[in-house]
Design a protein around this ligand. Structure first.
Ligand SMILES: C[S@@+](CC[C@H](N)C(=O)[O-])C[C@H]1O[C@@H](n2cnc3c(N)ncnc32)[C@H](O)[C@@H]1O
Length: 275
């Protein structure tokens, strides 16, 4: 009886996995604006941590920017997010994407210039996707790159060093460059403490952001400085409710994840026993 139950568990687990794959495929199809499916698949093959639904958000936000828009990305790695943003900005007249990365890996993962160099792979991908005329690579630390940066930003994507102090520093140094109405996107904000703290304190607890949302691990919003006390108060309240929703969703997701892990471990022991 117990064996039967376990077998049932493993079937549920397998079907769950299949559903996940199906959902992934469906999400790929959501990119209605990119008609070339092959192109879509080949961007998706670039190594990186960006999920399809997150890429969709980046693509749609960038595509909706106005003529002459300036987008900045902190942390490009091998260019997965760069290519998504770049492909969208190709459709915006005179748009530019400044992609900042020292290409020496992520210190929070213990990577260093001795072990990691993504510069060549990044440039290869820019050439492969015909983005060399639109993307301006800046091979510097994000906090150094800001010194010479003279433009006002329409979209800021923060996905560099994820350690709490580093994310806070990135935000402190780059926020002064934002235009009113600029989009700010924090990657890994629902999964890592560094980006979470900064996104929570500066977007979710703030009255200067509207259209605040969470997708995958991203938290993003549009800077909105206009309005009197009432409007700002209302925005703060709305964002606070969104914070409550996000925090409960994240906690729930963790419980579900633990449950999945439990069934994975059970299946493993069941398979071992069978052998
Ligand atoms: C998570 S990866 C970025 C992934 C990329 N956005 C993508 O979607 O494929 C983080 C990147 O940030 C870079 N990085 C880490 N600390 C940095 C810093 N202080 N300044 C600039 N880049 C940094 C690393 O070299 C690494 O390539």
């Amino acid at each position: 009886m117990r064996k039967e139950q376990r077998l049932k568990n493993s079937i549920v687990f397998l079907t769950g996995r299949k559903i996940k794959e199906q959902k992934k495929r469906m999400k790929l199809l959501k990119f209605k604006k990119i008609k070339n499916r092959q192109l879509l698949q080949s961007i998706n093959r670039i190594p990186g941590w960006l999920e399809i639904k997150e890429a969709l958000i980046l693509y749609n936000l960038a595509r909706a920017l106005s003529r002459g828009a300036v987008a900045v990305e902190i942390g490009s790695y091998q260019g997965k997010s760069t290519v998504w943003l770049g492909k969208a900005l190709k459709k915006v007249d005179f748009a530019r994407l400044y992609s900042i990365d020292h290409h020496c890996g992520s210190p929070e993962k213990g990577e260093s210039p001795r072990t990691v160099n993504t510069w060549q792979k990044f440039n290869q991908n820019l050439r492969k996707f015909h983005l060399t005329d639109l993307v301006v690579p800046i091979r510097k630390k994000s906090t150094d790159a800001v010194i010479d940066f003279k433009f006002n930003i329409d979209l800021l994507f923060i996905d560099g060093d994820h350690r709490p102090k580093a994310v806070a520093k990135d935000w402190q140094t780059w926020k002064g460059k934002l235009k009113n109405g600029a989009w700010v996107i924090f990657h890994d904000a629902t999964v890592l403490p560094g980006p979470w703290k900064v996104a929570r304190d500066n977007i979710l607890f703030s009255s200067s952001f509207d259209k605040v949302k969470m997708t995958g691990s991203m938290i993003y919003g549009r800077q909105c400085l206009a309005g009197g006390y009432l409007e700002k108060g209302l925005r703060r309240l709305t964002n606070y409710f969104k914070y409550l929703f996000i925090i409960s969703y994240v906690k729930m997701r963790r419980i579900i994840w633990v449950r999945n892990l439990k069934s994975l471990v059970l299946n493993f022991f069941y398979d071992c026993k069978k052998r």
